[in-house]
Ligand binder design. Structure first.
Ligand SMILES: Nc1nc2c(ncn2[C@@H]2O[C@H](COP(=O)(O)OP(=O)(O)OP(=O)(O)O)[C@@H](O)[C@H]2O)c(=O)[nH]1
Ligand SMILES: [Mg+2]
Length: 469
């Protein structure tokens, strides 16, 4: 998509279906641009636009044949008080495919009017400074949000909390830059107070600490936006797929008494306590001569290593008789939760010696639960604990600082940090170089909100939008 200002075509009035396609009670078509008044005159019998933000009932007519298309409700938003900051008209039609189709066709026949491209309404909002990039991303995430926690996070971002935070930091950097530039300009002048550079250094030092703390967030925001990765891992026949099916409440994976049933990774998306979780059932880990099974085992290890949480399922009776885990847990990069399954098969309760032996076998950091997936025995406790763990790890307090929700923000923040550190390392007799570092730092931060040089990120960002948003 080329830049809005550069092309007359981009300045045309655009229209699109803003609600989901298909049959519905109501379908909303959005029209925005300089010719909204002309559009209104062409598709209704009225010459004067209705009062802004007041819904009116109008007959929608074909512009040339004057054939009635629908009786609809219309809302007019006068520029700049609209989403795009341009004149905007919303047509609330009866949500049938033919009604929508005929309306879009009628709009396309009006001179100066064309169908909107993907994300073009949001792009116009950005171009007219109604939204910054973090808000545009927040809006995209809000539309994509599948769970309550994702919704809250996206809403916070779309309302401008992140924009404010980065703008404040950027203002701080620019303030420091102005100090350094004053030193460059009047350096030899007596009027510049001694220690004025120290003020900039102290401020930059504080910013470095703030950004470092901000970056050290365990990538919680990014994980929450994309979904928490949870792997079910363990030796064959332990009950991993049975657990997946229990979590998914459907037969997502084949379960059988034969060890080595699951070969590939099977993924199911879940909503656990409002958090989006992508659960992966994996092949049972064992050494095998079977080529395909071996590939499955390699994938299982890879998935477990790349996940945010690992649920290890072990066969308790098997564990007690063999005295071996059957799977290497030491290579997992994070803490895991262990379920000792098939407790129903024990003929006697665990003895103290058996409990002690198990503790020795399992890493002291692992949380261990005993139960039966098949018979839903002691499983709720295990699942409640899992949900609580997720909450502790990924919940954000109301007053907490807005967090990083996009890898793009992290990249530019790291860049900014590098320049601020370089500023600190620049000798005090080289203020020109020091100022340059601050200029780059401000530029890096500006890229997060889109204040500078953002063309490269725009296309990728707006391509993630649906038409009509
Ligand atoms: N008695 C008992 N059997 C169970 C329990 N959970 C699972 N099973 C049985 O154990 C067998 C293996 O279950 P799966 O879920 O296929 O095991 P898996 O870990 O996915 O096995 P692989 O895919 O081969 O790695 C099946 O016959 C299940 O019915 C349990 O709590 N108690
Ligand atoms: Mg399986």
């Amino acid at each position: 998509m080329s830049k809005l200002k550069d092309s007359a075509n981009q300045l045309k009035t655009i229209f699109a279906l803003a609600s989901a396609p298909g049959k519905a009670g109501v379908a909303v078509v959005r029209v925005s641009g300089p010719d909204v008044r002309h559009v209104y005159n062409s598709i209704t019998k009225h010459s004067t636009l209705p009062k802004e933000r007041v819904m009116v009932n109008r007959s929608i007519l074909h512009p040339s044949t004057k054939q009635l298309i629908d009786n609809a409700l219309l809302v007019y938003f006068q520029q700049p008080r609209s989403f795009t900051a341009q004149d905007t008209l919303e047509l609330h039609l009866h949500g049938g495919n033919a009604v929508v189709g005929a309306t879009l066709k009628a709009l396309a026949s009006i001179n100066g009017c064309r169908p909107a491209e993907r994300g073009e309404f949001a792009r116009r909002a950005f171009e007219s400074h109604k939204l910054d990039l973090t808000q545009v991303e927040g809006l995209r995430d809000l539309v994509d949000a599948e769970t309550e926690e994702q919704r809250k996070l996206a809403l916070r971002q779309s309302s401008g909390a992140i924009r404010q935070q980065y703008d404040d930091m950027r203002i701080d950097i620019i303030h420091c830059l102005s100090i350094v530039e004053a030193v460059i300009d009047f350096g030899e002048d007596e009027q510049i107070e001694e220690g004025v550079l120290n003020e900039a250094t102290e401020k930059v030092q504080k910013l470095i600490t703030k950004i470092e703390k901000h970056l050290d967030d365990g990538r919680r925001g990014e994980i929450l936006t994309s979904g928490i990765k949870l792997a079910i891992y363990g030796p064959p026949n332990a009950g991993k797929s049975t657990l997946l099916n229990h979590l998914a409440r459907r037969e997502a994976a084949i379960v059988s008494h034969l060890p080595g049933t699951t070969r590939d990774v099977i993924q199911v998306n879940l909503n656990l306590g409002g958090f989006p979780v992508i659960v992966s059932d994996t092949a049972g880990v064992r050494s095998t001569a079977h080529e395909i099974e071996q590939l499955g085992v390699e994938r299982a290890i890879q998935v477990a290593n790349q996940s945010d949480i690992t649920l290890v399922v072990l066969d308790l009776p098997e564990l007690l008789s063999s005295g071996e885990l059957g799977v290497d847990l030491s290579n997992l990069s994070h803490q895991s939760i262990v379920l000792l399954n098939k407790v129903d098969m024990l003929t006697e309760p665990l003895s103290q010696t058996q409990s002690d032996d198990l503790k020795k076998l399992l890493h002291p950091l692992h949380k261990v639960f005993i139960g039966s997936v098949k018979h839903s025995f002691a499983l709720q406790d295990f699942l409640d604990n899992l949900t609580n763990d997720i909450k502790t790890q990924f919940d954000f307090g109301v007053g907490e600082m807005p967090i990083i929700t996009d890898a793009r923000h992290r990249y530019h923040l790291n860049e900014c940090l590098g320049f601020l550190k370089a500023f600190i390392d620049t000798p005090s007799d080289a203020p020109v170089e020091a100022a340059e570092e601050l200029r780059y730092a401000a530029l890096a931060l500006g890229r997060v909100t889109g204040r500078v040089d953002v063309e490269d990120v725009l296309d990728a960002l707006f391509a993630g939008f649906c038409i009509g948003k």
